[in-house]
Design a binder for this molecule. Sequence first.
Ligand code: F6P
Length: 358
Amino acid sequence: MLRIGMLTSGGDCQALNAAMRGVVKTIYNNSKEDVEIFGFLAGYRGLIYSNFRMVTGKDFSGILTKGGTILGSSRTPFKTIEEPDENGLDKVEAMVHTYHKLNLDCLVVLGGNGTHKTANLLRTKGLNIVTLPKTIDNDLWGTDMTFGFQSAVDIATNVIDCIHTTADSHRRVFIVEVMGHKTGWLTLNAGMASGADIILIPEIPYDIKKIVKAIKRRQENGSGFTILAVAEGAISKEDAQLTKKEYKKKVEKRVHPTVSYELAKQIQDETGLEVRVTVPGHMQRGGSPCPYDRVFASRLGSEAGKLILKGEYGFMVGYKNREIVKVPLEEVAGKLKTVDPDATIVKEAKMLGICFGD
Ligand code: F6P
């Protein structure tokens, strides 16, 4: 009997179900042993509090195109994972206990950065772990791409496309704030795909004067509107000089809800133009996975299934140089994959005339 635990942790994204389906179908279709699957509910919480349901092939049928996760998800921050819960329970010990109590052969974990740190910790406690890289942010080390990312690029691109027409009619400056946490992958790709005039990402701190100059130049050239794709983590050159602590304090005191509103005020004051802000927010994580993600997540899931059938554990299944690869968990955990400001794609975008505010 092969006994597999499975959970999805952290912010959800498209194609989580497609990835789990890929794992399960591969195992059911190719295992010589009987299989039992324990679906832990709401991420690591399910493992901590032994909250699970038995899932079978049927549960994974018809979910390829379904957004969200059939197991539910939650954030269980790594920062506090080794602290006891409100009732004094040792969370790590509890997870290890659940795993052994259920006599699991392995645990499949689908998640992003924080999730991988905890997965690696569990590996060091002797658990057999295989992980899959999910996040719309595409900021996971060890893989060129995460699933969910392309679907989010599609959504953010559609938003900016829609904004384009209304910006043109009203001759306004529009800021579209794109998710991505501390990285600019999503903003860079959606911005380029939708023909944004200005793209601001955390990896390239901006100078407001450069932004104003770019907007004024467009006005002088007769383009009556400007579209800015701004990453939620975008940061000015001055703020980038601050320590993490100083910046956090500054953000706490900020009168504007996000960086986009602060920018909007600065641009309006400097140019006298009408500026509007659109924040698509969690829409970017919702709905059906795009076809690319359906295929991609199925492939990653299938490879994870293959590793389990071979009894190879301690890996994340990732994607490098157009190949599906297995990456040791200790190499993935705790590292962020950011956009290189000197990357070819950034240079090409600049050649196209896109302003990065630097
Ligand atoms: O990591 C995915 C993500 O959507 C980020 O882009 C965003 O910063 C964050 O999650 C939002 O988190 P929450 O869902 O907890 O509001």
